[in-house]
Design a protein around this ligand. Sequence first.
Ligand code: ZN
Length: 426
Amino acid sequence: MNERLLKAIDDRRDDVVALTADLIRFPTINPPGEAYRPCAEYLGARLKKSGFETEFIRAEGTPGDTDRYPRVNVVARFDGRSPGACVHFNSHIDVVEAGDGWTVDPFAGVVRDGKVYGRGACDMKGGLAASVIAAEAFMEVFPDFPGAIEISGTVDEESGGFGGVAHLARLGYFSKPRVDHVIIPEPLNKDRICLGHRGVWWAEIETRGEIAHGSMPFLGDNAVRHMGAVLQAFEDELFPALDRKMTRMPVVPEGARRSTMNINSIHGGQTEDFRPGLPSPNVPDSCRLTIDRRFLLEEDLGTVKGEVTGILDRLKRERKKFDYEIRDLMEVLPLMTERDAPVVKAVAQGIMAVFDREPDYVISPGTYDQKHIARIGHIYDCIAYGPGILDLAHRPDEWVGISDMIESAKVMAIGLNVLLRGTAAG
Ligand SMILES: [Zn+2]
């Protein structure tokens, strides 16, 4: 191991704490997309001081982009003395709302007992700060390194990444020859490498009926009862079938190693706006259900959809007056980077050097920005690796451990050394 590199990171302990706390103090809440511009500008200014070229890219016209809430991303690049590979660290700067139950101010950047507290501390401003000091330490110790390092702060990950990584990927920021390897410091724990995620299919199913007076329901056709038949068929056939499908993907938690489907919402009949009065007596003529189906590498999207439409089509044949419509809301294919991919092997060497053990390889139950880097940018040498503890994400009193940031920064710096200079040690 290179002692000078590790010492350069230890020397940045106060720096990584201050940087994390500063980032937390920008309340980059999404939605609506608060304080994106000042946060991106702060990160850009920091990296410019370290010698990076910086660019600010506003994703105009993407969901939520307005002059009040501009979707501003920052991309910083440092070219080494000679040509070579480019390693890109991508972090999202947006956070979810604080919610209730906090014992500290979620946007004050409180430092206490070896931890930095705040909304986004773990997911993922601590990871961003760790990647910044890893890159800066590496550049200081190896000023002649070949290749390039990029660091981006992108928006809207929590709402799908359309104004962030997806937008930049469409502009070519996540494609060869510009970028070769991508590390996303999401909070997957400091000794684990996240190789990808399950697939997603969201859809809205609508059953139709015919409105009539509630005192004579036989004159109409009740859309909610039709949806009840759909739900019953899901309970009897679909949920047990999904539960039997296991994957070879190492998804954590283990419960997510099966196919799953959540019913996100159901709406039928009159709205509840009549409250505090009484509703009028109607037979509902429409009922809408949204489903969130998470699928596995072993499944294909056509089959996944066919399992649902097969049930709906059968009901149409068998159930009197039953009709339905189905609309796709979102589709993401499952992803898994192979274990012998260069970025996986490089970060694994870092984990072995710092923790003296093999990493755990995991798959995320939900998706994150890796999907855009793969599907739009066609960069498949991509992982998520970062210091935060996954279970703390989106919760009250979210924190990131200072030692965890230091250790994961060492892993990232060793990863840089392997990918750019071809050695973990020298
Ligand atoms: Zn995140």
